[in-house]
Each structure stands twice: as C-alpha cells, then as structure tokens.
Design a protein around this ligand. Structure first.
Ligand SMILES: NC(=O)C1=CN([C@@H]2O[C@H](COP(=O)(O)OP(=O)(O)OC[C@H]3O[C@@H](n4cnc5c(N)ncnc54)[C@H](OP(=O)(O)O)[C@@H]3O)[C@@H](O)[C@H]2O)C=CC1
Ligand SMILES: O=C(CO)COP(=O)(O)O
Length: 356
C-alpha cells in the first residue's frame, strides 16, 4: 500500500508498433494518466523521429497528449523496463517479427494485449488466432497473451468518437484490469474469454469487407462514382457475409453469437471507413488485381492475407470431403479473385438457395 512518503507507482504502458492503431491507443492510455512509451517497429524509425519532433503522429491530425515517451526499436530494453502492460500494435505482416524478436524478450509476468487482426495456419492446416500462435511459439514459456477486437478505426478513436471494443483473453481478472487501465468516456471495453471466437470474427470481417465493397465499386462502374449511393447490392452481400461468417466461425470452433456480433460491427465500420474497402471498390469497378494493388501501394490491406488463408483451408477441407464449398459462395469467389486472378463478379444466384 502506498503512503504519502511512497507514492503509488505509475502504471507503465509500453506500445510496440507505432502504426496507426498502436499510436491511437496512446490517447486513452495517456489520458488516463499512465506513463506511455511508444516504440517504433524496425521500419518505424522515421515515425518516431517525427513524433519526437512534432508531438504528433504523421498520419494524425491531432497532437499526442503531453508527456508521451518515444523510443526506437534499438531502445526496446529501456522502453520495457518496469512496464506493467505491453500493447502489440503491429499488423498481420509483422506477426512473424513479433514472434521472433519480441516474444523472447517478454517476461512471463508481463501481460500483453495485441490489436492485430487475423488468423494463421498452425502448420497442420488448422487456422488459429495470433495469441494462440504466439503462445505456441513462446512455449514452454507461458506468456499472458490477450487481444483487442471490434469496430475501431484509429482516426476515429483519436477523435474521441464513441467506440465499443472487446478485450479477449483467458483470464477474466487480467481483462478487467486492462479494461480499467484503458477505458475512457468514449472508449468502451467489453471483455470476453472466447479468444478464438472474437479473433475469428474480426479477422473474417477483413475478407468480407472486400465482398461488400466489390458491390459498391460495381455500382460506381455502372452509375458513375459521383452518382447517388446504391444500397440493395451491398446489403445483399452484407447479409451473405454474416451468414458465411457465422458458418465459418462454427467450422473453426466458435458458435458464440456475441463474438459474431463483434465481427459484424467490425465489418460495418470497415465497409464505411476502413482501408480494406478501398481494394474491394477498385476490384468492383473492374480493375485487375495487380492494378488495384498498385494504386493502393503503401496502404495496409490485410483482407488479402485472410482471404488466401481461409480459402486455401476451405479448398483443402473440401478436397477431403469435410466441407461443401458451395456453402461459402462469397468467400469462395474472393478466393477466385485473389488467388486465381479472376475478375470480380459476385455470384448472386449462389446466395439464394432455398432456406429452411
Ligand atoms: N483491435 C483494434 O481495435 C483494431 C485493430 N486494428 C488492427 O491493428 C493492426 C495494426 O493496424 P494499423 O496500426 O492501422 O496498421 P499500420 O500499417 O498503420 O501499422 C502496422 C504496424 O505493424 C508494423 N509492421 C508491419 N509489417 C511489419 C514487419 N514485417 N515487421 C515488423 N513490424 C511490421 C508496422 O511497422 P513498419 O512501419 O515497420 O511496417 C507498424 O508499426 C492491424 O492488424 C489492424 O487490423 C485496426 C483497427 C482497430
Ligand atoms: O479493423 C479496422 C476497424 O475496426 C480497420 O479496418 P481497415 O484495416 O480496413 O482500415
């Protein structure tokens, strides 16, 4: 217990990865009075230089709260010294780096929470969450790995828009403690011990955002980019997305409707405000995949990663007679576009099988 002579130790939150989401979490953390240390990934050196110089992330329109500390990856030991919580802010493309470079440096006592959205093949053809993947990579050491899922664009979090996310992990007490550290009047945190459910739902939404946004681009191609928005087709694809997400979640081991709802909310925000929507729209306008990717060079697009992983798994299971691909017509088509390089052409009739 602290006395007037021994003030309570300030909580130290170290965030590794100074991309948009890791950096956005600086705001609730620092506003709550914690010591916040933002550490760049190996390629984030220029971002850290800019933060030190201007007190603002180059992609944000608002300064960081005063008192944030900035570190380069070479200064990681210093940034982790005495840390109470480690936030992993890297994207799917840095998952291996995090496994190789970060995991051996994380003490078993230090809770970790990751924002990274995705699933990964465990080497046997089974898809698992990133926390599970990292736990297996760290074994026999037992790390305290948790994750954040849900609809939360970084720039809207920075703007303090009302935002509802889900912290998931194995230990409810740890989740409640992290919630206490990070919640703000605009940042609302649910907790869940269904890691696979939440992580599957928020990974799948990146794939299905392509499906919905292909229909948006297709309307723009027909009616013109500046025409009034058309909603029937995107709503049709949205409903089909929800159905396939639910089936895929069951297939991957979660039948949790609350987790599904987290993913559906995340799909909604991604369709309207995410980066993945941009690729879907360009494909829907008729651009070949290569041309669309070139136009969006430099923008983080994780939908490709998840479509390829899911569709490869589904094709393998279909070949073994374990699943019927016809039950997943939208993501199967996304596989044709992203793996087989076919033009985007939503298979509408496949969505209208007779329902019970
Ligand atoms: N849970 C949540 O509430 C939310 C989560 N997200 C998710 O958060 C993650 C990060 O998104 P966001 O910050 O917007 O993306 P950014 O692209 O802005 O940042 C990605 C971060 O990952 C790092 N990274 C990428 N590739 C590598 C690599 N090969 N090795 C090491 N580090 C790497 C980047 O560093 P570098 O500059 O070196 O490439 C950067 O620090 C994504 O998975 C996204 O889906 C997004 C919104 C909300
Ligand atoms: O996950 C997100 C919001 O919850 C952000 O989606 P994008 O990666 O498509 O920008």
């Amino acid at each position: 217990m602290s006395t007037s002579e021994t003030p309570a130790k300030q909580t130290i939150i170290t965030i590794v990865g100074s991309g948009m989401m890791g950096s956005a979490l600086v705001f609730p953390a620092r506003e709550n009075g914690h010591t916040v240390r933002l550490v760049g990934s190996p390629l984030d050196g220029e971002i850290i230089d800019a933060c030190r110089k201007t007190g603002r992330h180059p992609k944000f329109v608002k300064d960081f709260p005063a008192g944030v500390e900035y570190y380069k990856i070479e200064e990681l030991d210093k940034a982790m010294d005495g840390a109470d919580l480690l936030i992993c802010g890297i994207s799917s493309f840095g998952v291996e780096w995090f496994a190789e470079y970060m995991l051996p440096r994380i003490p078993e006592t230090l809770p970790v929470v990751s924002v990274t959205k995705g699933l990964i093949d465990d080497g046997t053809g089974q898809l698992i969450s990133y926390p599970e993947y990292w736990a297996r990579r760290a074994a026999p050491r037992k790390l305290r790995l948790n994750a954040i899922g849900g609809p939360c664009t970084s720039y809207e979090l920075v703007a303090q828009d009302q935002t509802v996310v889900t912290f998931c992990g194995e230990d409810l007490e740890t989740l409640r403690w992290m919630k206490g550290l990070m919640q703000r009047p605009y940042y609302h945190i649910a907790v869940s011990t269904d890691v696979m459910g939440v992580e599957t739902a928020v990974a799948l939404k990146n794939a299905y955002a392509y499906g919905v946004c292909i229909t948006v681009g297709a309307c723009e191609r027909v009616y013109g980019i500046d025409s009034i928005p058309h909603y029937n087709s995107q709503a049709g694809a949205f409903g089909q997305s929800m159905l396939e997400m639910q089936k895929l979640m069951r297939l991957l081991g979660s039948s949790n409707d609350e987790a599904l709802a987290v993913g559906i909310g995340d799909l909604y925000v991604t369709v309207f405000g995410g980066r993945n929507r941009l690729l879907g729209k360009l494909l829907g306008r008729g651009l070949p995949l290569d041309a669309a990717l070139k136009e969006l060079e430099g923008i983080t697009l994780e939908g490709n990663v998840i479509v390829v992983r899911i569709v490869k798994a589904l094709r393998a299971w279909a070949a073994q007679g374990k699943v019927d691909l016809a039950e997943y017509p939208l993501i199967a088509h996304l596989g044709e576009v992203l793996i087989d390089n076919k033009p985007a052409n939503i298979p509408w009739e496949a969505f209208v099988a007779e329902k019970r």
